[in-house]
Design a binder for this molecule. Sequence first.
Ligand SMILES: Nc1nc2c(ncn2[C@@H]2O[C@H](COP(=O)(O)OP(=O)(O)OP(=O)(O)O)[C@@H](O)[C@H]2O)c(=O)[nH]1
Ligand SMILES: [Mg+2]
Length: 324
Amino acid sequence: MNTCLVGLTSGGCRVLKDLSRVCGKNSKCIYISFDEEDLPTKEGSLLLKANLKDFNSIYKLRGKAKHQLSKLDDLIEGSSFVIVINGLGCKTGSALAPLICERIKAKGIMSLFIGLMPFKFEKNKHFLAGRTLEYIRKLCDGVILIDNDELLDLYPNHTLEEAYSLANKTVTSLLSMLLHANEYGFTLRKLFTQVSQGYTILSLADSKERVEDAIEEVLSRAWSQVNLSKANGLTALLKGKVTLKQLEEIVNILRVQGDDFELNTFVSSDNSAGIRAALVVSGLSYTKFNNYDPLLTLNQLDAEFEYNMNNSAEGISNLTNIEV
Ligand SMILES: Nc1nc2c(ncn2[C@@H]2O[C@H](COP(=O)(O)OP(=O)(O)OP(=O)(O)O)[C@@H](O)[C@H]2O)c(=O)[nH]1
Ligand SMILES: [Mg+2]
């Protein structure tokens, strides 16, 4: 399969730069941004031009980008599979992601979108991230989401740059297992049959000494994002030394998280000390990110809120009945 990796704007380019160290030989890497500093190399990159005043509006940025993206067609020519990596919620990335995904779809190329979701303290980005995600979901064959709130838990005492750097290493080392899937007996076709249904989240654990701890951590993070029992696919990715006995235990632990899902584990043995684990949870119709777009939750009413409203409505009518 001819795989092409596309990194969009600051976050997407940063992750792709790390990923290119492990996957660059087998896959073509394309960096796209309005900001020259995001592009680690000139070769195969698309530096989009815009005026300073265009940065005030997503709509203007899209207008500027649209004409310049025809070059992307040449860059992805001959690819049978494109992976787009993008941090959602900021203006430039959210301006570009739908345009890029539309273009890939129009060419009939299979695509996987890997979205970095904003931190909980980046509340102002949630709405845009939620809306963009909904749209992208319809364009791409699969969507894998990485919740930046996990970084907050994993690296609370690091700076933002340090946390990005540490997390991006974990993300890329585990993504590389998916992208080199055939080496580990897991095919991209299998991955796609899982991620093409509903949403998929990728939950990470920091390097741990014991496999059991890594699995426990990754499970508790996944549960904090989604209801695992509603998933229809679980894939555990492990990097490090795992014995057969441990593998059996892991499968037993994962099996009881739900009742009717496809379970896959794949292990990449390496000599590094410690174990890295990630969990790909797929086939989800609902994740916490659905709440980022309040329009998607219009039919979910807060009973407590309604009760208070009714009470205060009574209060108001009582007040209007008071004669003065
Ligand atoms: N995991 C991870 N998330 C990142 C990284 N860089 C940015 N993000 C997240 O991605 C989202 C978008 O951020 P950026 O990629 O910096 O935004 P942008 O698309 O360049 O947009 P502008 O701010 O307009 O330049 C935010 O929620 C960030 O928290 C990164 O290296 N790793
Ligand atoms: Mg940027």
